[in-house]
Design a protein around this ligand. Structure first.
Ligand code: FNR
Length: 341
């Protein structure tokens, strides 16, 4: 059942990616062009750091899969691409492994193919501390992602309906698991209020993973004959809106959700993200063109990102927050409604 669900997620996420109109709220953020702001490429670094973690690049392959034969092959290929390009990589939810250790290999391949890379384990917020440690142990993970996904669980007949314990459980795991914890959404966004709560719970960083890309309410509806919760489509805040909402919050934020190209990476970094992840976009490249295509895509993104930083005069990704940005349309209304300058 669980393996079938993982295969369905991959199939439906890719169908959704093909059908997507291409527009999202990142299009409502633009840079003021300063024609003499440029610096020399040799002075530009892509290195970023947050919560005591240092990455050589500000792009990562975000959580997706594992748990079935097919998704184990996908994880192997993603891990090879991560190794070849030096980008950090996250596992998909390892709760399948915690329930059924016979699928361990479909996850551990992330470390086996990428022994020196930065690897993130991934679990849900109901996992016990012992099981959180088992997930980290299987991957020799450098940090742990905990996903929170109430808008995915709700349309699932078999989904969780008891969410009250999630916050306290996240706090327990963060205190005891022994590696930094990053709490992430799965495409519906983290509000300022949620980020402040995560800070209180001792979480080291948060990935806002907002609306604009993969939509899990739509995916879960697509898995059954009657789409009971079709109206949940598009639930939540866009990734750009989340980053604006997060201004001034102490917990460092990462960004994912609807990142389409290096300009979106640049926009997210300029809005304060310390690093930027992609899931469905990278998966589609992998499934369409194999590992070679994914390595070429990530390499091109890193190269273009350095080129754009050079044009904008940002020696590091963190310098991008000093760029002059224009915010248009509904995103501007969101800022006005939330009292964001
Ligand atoms: C995901 N995502 C996800 N997230 C998570 O924390 N645990 C998981 O197991 C999964 N599984 C998963 C499967 C597939 C096929 C996709 C495409 C995505 C969510 C993912 O990490 C990310 O938050 C969202 O997909 C938004 O990013 P994109 O896809 O718009 O780049």
């Amino acid at each position: 059942m669980s393996g079938q669900r993982k295969d369905d997620h991959v199939r439906l996420a890719i169908e959704q990616h093909h059908a997507h109109s291409g527009h999202n709220q990142f299009d409502e953020v633009s840079f003021v062009h300063h024609a003499l702001a440029g610096i020399d490429r040799r002075d530009v670094s892509l290195a970023t750091s947050f919560a005591g973690i240092d990455w050589r690049v500000p792009i990562y392959i975000n959580a997706m899969t594992g748990g079935s034969v097919k998704t184990g092959v996908i994880n192997r290929d993603l891990a090879v691409a991560a190794r070849e390009t030096g980008v950090p990589i996250a596992s998909g939810s390892m709760n399948a492994y915690l329930k059924d250790p016979s699928c361990a290999g479909t996850f551990s391949v992330l470390r086996e193919e990428n022994p020196d890379g930065f690897v993130m384990a991934n679990i849900n917020a109901t996992t016990s501390v012992d099981n959180a440690r088992r997930a980290v142990g299987l991957l020799a993970a450098d940090c742990l992602q905990i996903h929170i996904n109430t808008a995915q669980e709700t349309p699932m007949p078999e989904g969780d309906r008891s969410f009250a314990s999630w916050g306290p459980q996240i706090g327990k795991i963060a205190a005891a698991v022994g590696v930094p914890v990053i709490v992430k959404e799965v495409g519906n966004g983290l509000s300022r209020q949620t980020l402040l709560r995560l800070q209180e719970l001792g979480v080291r960083a948060a990935d806002v993973s907002g609306r604009g890309g993969t939509d899990f309410a739509r995916i879960e509806n697509g898995r059954r004959e009657v789409a009971d919760y079709a109206f949940l489509r598009g639930w939540g805040q866009s990734t750009a809106a989340c980053l604006l909402d997060a201004q001034g919050v102490a917990v460092p934020v990462l960004a994912s959700g609807g990142v389409r190209h290096p300009l979106d990476v640049l926009r997210a970094l300029a809005l304060g993200a310390r690093a930027v992840g992609s899931s469905a976009g990278f998966l589609r490249t992998l499934l369409d063109g194999g590992v070679t295509a994914l390595v070429a895509q990530i390499t091109a993104w890193l190269d273009q990102l350095a080129a754009l930083q050079t044009m904008l005069g940002a020696r590091t990704p963190a310098d991008l927050v000093r760029c002059d940005l224009l915010v248009h349309g509904e995103l501007r209304d969101f800022c006005a409604d939330r009292g964001i300058d």
